[in-house]
Design a protein around this ligand. Structure first.
Ligand code: SF4
Length: 316
């Protein structure tokens, strides 16, 4: 856990601000009641910021899928494409001091993957980012970003929150005093988290870290961060989690035997078969590793990624 809260950008309507076209909001209980305990939400409403009032006519994306215009739904002469893109540039710069961003779905400004484009023939079959979010993402391709509605999915929610914590650690703790040794230490702490996402990714990052002394530091950091943050976007599978749990169990081989070991094995197997959630074997392992594990293993992010009371691993 970090001592200070983690700065995370958010669509202002998700924080309960009455900034939507109809004067309403889309208050997110997850963000307000849970995540705000550790996240310092920076509320941003692009449409209000560019001078559209509340209430206002709705805008929508119109034209080609690749380069649509953001126009008024009733009055197509209202075109705010450039204004939204410019504001995206401005916030995109500021977002370099954020460790995550949560966006409102469907919006022609804030949507990340769910915004419709209206064409001459109706609605384009694919959906895309809104104008503001598109620029934000282009300027911050590694920043953990997600639409709030997608956080209703337990796996996506858990993984997004973990990604924010790692990104924050990277940005705030590693980068300012980066060195080959600091990167090795960082890589070591995230070993099992990365392995849960992909063995291949873990191997690949390990090979990079092995070159820590020989590659120019900037090149090393750029390559490592790109591979890491793009490689952990997809949540881990149950199979990969199980593999990690067995690895962790291996650290108790000499110290926990008999019935206790049997209990541990059973909880991992129950998780593998889907009869208990991930929190069950992780809690048991944590208990024994705290007593019998080495410093190395107890520093693993995988064991305590974020406040356990958020219950994010109770549902996966
Ligand atoms: S979706 Fe974005 S632009 Fe629309 S009201 Fe919410 S914050 Fe404002």
């Amino acid at each position: 856990m970090t001592a200070t809260k983690i700065p995370v950008g958010i669509s202002a309507c998700l924080m309960g601000d009455e900034v939507r076209y109809n004067g309403g909001h889309k208050r997110s209980l997850l963000c307000l009641d849970t995540l705000s305990e550790a996240f310092d939400f920076q509320k941003i409403c692009p449409e209000v910021a560019i001078g559209l009032g509340v209430p206002r006519q709705t805008i929508r994306l119109v034209g080609s899928f690749e380069a649509p215009r953001a126009q008024g739904s009733q009055d197509a002469t209202v075109d705010v494409t450039e204004a939204l893109a410019q504001y995206g540039q401005q916030i995109g710069q500021q977002a370099q001091a954020f460790s995550g961003y949560i966006l409102m779905k469907d919006s022609p400004s804030c949507g990340l993957t769910s915004t419709k484009v209206y064409t001459e023939n109706g609605v384009h079959p694919r959906k895309r980012a809104g104008i503001f979010a598109e620029v934000l993402l282009a300027l911050n391709p590694l920043l953990p970003m997600e639409e709030e509605a997608r956080l209703n999915d337990a796996k996506l929610r858990e993984n997004f929150v973990a990604r924010v914590f790692i990104y924050h650690d990277w940005r705030v703790n590693l980068l300012p005093t980066a060195s080959p040794a600091a990167l090795v230490d960082f890589h070591t702490r995230y070993k099992y988290f990365v392995m849960a996402h992909s063995q291949a990714l873990y191997k690949q990052l390990g090979q990079l870290v092995a070159k820590a002394g020989s590659l120019p530091l900037n090149e090393l950091l750029n390559t490592y961060s790109r591979e890491l943050f793009l490689g952990i976007v997809k949540p881990p599978s149950r199979r990969n989690h199980t593999n990690v749990l067995y690895h962790l169990l291996g650290y108790l081989k000499q110290t926990v035997g008999g019935e206790l070991r049997q209990d541990l094995l059973e909880s991992v197997e129950n998780y593998r078969q889907g009869t208990v959630p991930l929190i069950v074997p992780v809690t048991l392992l944590n208990h024994y590793l705290a007593h019998y594990g080495s410093d190395y293993i107890n520093r693993q992010f995988y064991l305590n990624p974020y406040p356990a009371r958020w219950g994010l691993r109770n549902a996966i």
